[in-house]
Write a protein that binds this ligand. Structure first.
Ligand code: NDP
Ligand code: GDR
Length: 375
């Protein structure tokens, strides 16, 4: 067991953290994760891999902590002495960062510095390899199409500005202290575990609920927006690969294909056997059901309007288009995404439809559970 590698994941309860923990456990790692204290259970995404710490040889441990708490981070790092740190913890919602800019800067920007500095303070800088969850949001108002490692940054939200600090402080610690520290500049990646308020999951969950009669209509923001969507499972594999190289380097991780939010709505509908027609423009655009096949949408009929625009979801500054060039990752690491955006959408619909049917069944038996529609 002396050779067992140890990893510490911040944000282990999030989408990527849960897939990465599974991936590293399967590779034989001892995995430590930082979870936040919350008034409700918040470990739903990792409960299936949780191991009773009272059992010998348990390889998955959770520690209470927060990226805003230096002493806490230092204590956990001292206790674990990890070979690899994956800094995935963040206030990761771009729209929310306009509402909570200072908190976002503290967690996403300074939180990264706290971790790097704690590693250095403990003398772990030559042992511990560091992965920073950087983002395509750094490109913001894009300066080049497609975006690659050398494309200049132009962040367009408090989230992206905070992540830009985190990007550069990671580079700076690599250059100043010879640390193995690197940035994965990841484009949007989704899965059935995606948070319910990000656009893809909002659409799959919303349309499944509408198809089952649990919600009346989907209210969306800018559906012209273009994104390069991949699957989180493919992207966590690359996070690990980046820490296994001889020398640390930064990589863009993307599929190289982009689609609009409107297209994602149509794919989701198609997975449910529904054909939609979009009409109107701007805030008056709507999506109407024009045909239904099969029995996945019993609550709908031709002519129903299932999507409207709500300007509340427009952002003060928008990132209109993102398209990544993953050539470096392919060439240097042999990484290619295995799951297409359409396949991912289909997987998300299967899971959200199951959840909607469960809710409907409970309702039919008199158990009135609220369907949260806040997004
Ligand atoms: P999620 O929002 O699903 O997960 C974020 C995680 O960070 C959660 O575990 C959350 O805890 C935790 N967290 C939030 N605030 C704090 C804090 N103050 N201290 C410690 N932990 C905190 O994000 P994803 O899994 O999708 O993304 C992982 C990382 O990758 C993030 O840093 C994100 O910004 C970045 N990224 C994501 C991309 C994507 O498309 N998914 C693309 C590019 C970058 P809790 O569960 O308690 O809320
Ligand atoms: P993004 O993801 O901002 O790219 O950040 P999100 O899914 O929130 O938005 C993608 C695009 O869809 C448009 N949009 C809507 N978005 C949401 N959330 N809700 C809506 O109703 C809606 N309508 C239209 C948005 O305006 C946007 O253009 C994600 C996060 O995971 C970040 O943490 C990560 O860094 C980047 O991806 C890469």
């Amino acid at each position: 067991m002396g050779m067992t590698k140890k990893a510490l994941i911040t944000g282990v309860t999030g989408q990527d953290g849960s897939y990465l923990a599974e991936f590293l456990l399967a590779k034989g790692y001892e995995v430590h994760g930082i979870k936040r204290r919350a008034s409700l259970f918040n470990t739903g995404r990792v409960d299936h891999i949780y191991e009773d710490p009272h059992v010998d040889n348990s390889r998955f441990r959770l520690h209470y902590g927060d990226l805003t708490d230096t002493s806490n981070l230092t204590r956990i790092l001292r206790e674990v002495e990890p070979d690899e740190v994956y800094n995935l913890g963040a206030q990761s919602h771009v729209a929310v960062s306009f509402e909570a800019p200072e908190y976002t800067a503290d967690v996403d920007g300074i939180g990264t510095l706290r971790l790097l500095e704690a590693i250095r303070f403990l003398g772990l800088e030559q042992k511990t390899r560091f992965y920073q969850a950087s983002t395509s949001e750094l490109f913001g108002l894009v300066q080049e199409i497609p975006q690659r490692e050398t494309t200049p940054f132009y962040p367009r939200s408090p989230y992206a500005v905070a992540k830009m600090y985190a990007y550069w402080i990671t580079v700076n610690y690599r250059e100043s202290y010879n640390m193995y520290a690197c940035n994965g500049i990841l484009f949007n990646h989704e899965s059935p575990r995606r948070g319910e308020t990000f656009v893809t999951r909002k659409i799959t969950r919303g349309l499944c609920n509408i198809a089952q009669g649990l919600e009346p209509c989907l209210y969306m923001g800018n559906i012209d927006s273009l994104r390069d969507w991949g699957h989180a499972k493919d992207y966590v594999r690359m996070q690990w690969m980046m820490l296994q190289q001889e020398a640390p380097e930064d990589f863009v991780i993307a599929t190289g294909v982009q689609y609009s939010v409107r297209e994602f709505i149509s794919w989701t509908a198609a997975e449910l056997g529904i054909t939609l027609a979009f009409s109107g423009t701007g805030v008056d655009e709507i999506a109407t059901v024009t045909a239904i096949e099969g029995d996945m949408a019993p609550a709908l009929k031709v002519g129903d309007v299932v999507m409207r625009i709500d300007p509340r979801y427009f952002r003060p500054a928008e990132v209109e288009t993102l398209l990544g060039d993953p050539a470096k990752a392919k060439q240097k690491l042999g990484w290619v995404p295995e799951i297409t955006a359409q396949e991912m959408c289909a997987e998300m619909v299967v899971e959200d439809l199951k959840a909607a049917k469960r809710l409907k069944l409970l309702k039919a038996h008199g158990l009135e559970l609220p369907v949260s529609v806040e997004s």
